[in-house]
Design a protein around this ligand. Sequence first.
Ligand SMILES: O=C(O)CCC(=O)C(=O)O
Ligand SMILES: [Fe+2]
Length: 329
Amino acid sequence: MQESSDPPFEATYKRLFEKVMAAPEVSGVAECELPMIDLNELKLGELSKRACKKKIARASQEWGFFQVINHGICREVLKKMREEQAKLFAKPFSDKAAYNFSAGSYRWGTPSATCLAQLSWSEAFHVSVSDLLASPNIHNNLCSIMGQYARMVSELSQKLVGILASELGQKSELLKEKCVESTCYLRLNRYPACPIFPEMFGIMPHTDSDFITVLHQDQIGGLQLVKDGSWFAVKPNPQALVINIGDLFQAWSNNVYKSVEHRVVANPVYERFSTAYFFCPSYDTVIASGVEPCVYRSFTFGEYRKQVQQDVKIFGHKIGLPRFLLRTH
Ligand SMILES: O=C(O)CCC(=O)C(=O)O
Ligand SMILES: [Fe+2]
């Protein structure tokens, strides 16, 4: 028999399945369409340009999420990236576990899960772009398209972050200098179909620990986010990339831009793919808003990462920005 490509979810988490009769309650979630930004408007006259920038800033304040079309990443690159990603995940499980972009880049499930609500029904390659570019495999099809994809998405991220910074009335040079291709991360996600429990988490609720995330998802759907205290399912748009604000931008903007909790719900019938690009600074970058009164104490990205890793180890989940509040509000 051919070895399965799926990680051994059922065998590994058997005890959790026996313990409970239901997966987390996520049904009845309404669908929403994210604010849509056409980046071609940035190439038009001064008025359209200004309106487009304002829309980006407003969505980042009110939703923490938006989608962009005419984003400059050509269809061929998106298609090729997805094909190579699908091929990689179709390899037998043992090959994937041994396939190393760098140590620990392949992940699946949730090692620390003690109940079903803590289990992420997904597998991923979480790759540092600097490791990718230095890889001796950079000339194989997969690594080469990942490198190409990372470069294009990095340019888009720089553009968006520049706009968001200038809409705050702040200079973006430092940010642009600190967030370069090699300090960013690329994550290839696969959510196998989950027929056992119809609404299992593909990824548990979380916020991203970066400035912004650029997400390319397929047409299956499953991404959900919190808006005004309720969960909403994001309607997939094959032409668009989804952008969300991460913790670092929330802190840097002194809570103006929102790093919003999101999660993925696995589909009972179809597998789903997504590719996430995390726009991050170097570890020594100091995150400080410079606006009084400061909500958070200043911290380096390295410090933030270390704290997140420590909290995950001790509490089983990330605490994130509340750790860095200057005073309790
Ligand atoms: O797959 C998705 O839609 C979201 C992925 C995500 O939130 C992440 O990788 O941080
Ligand atoms: Fe995320």
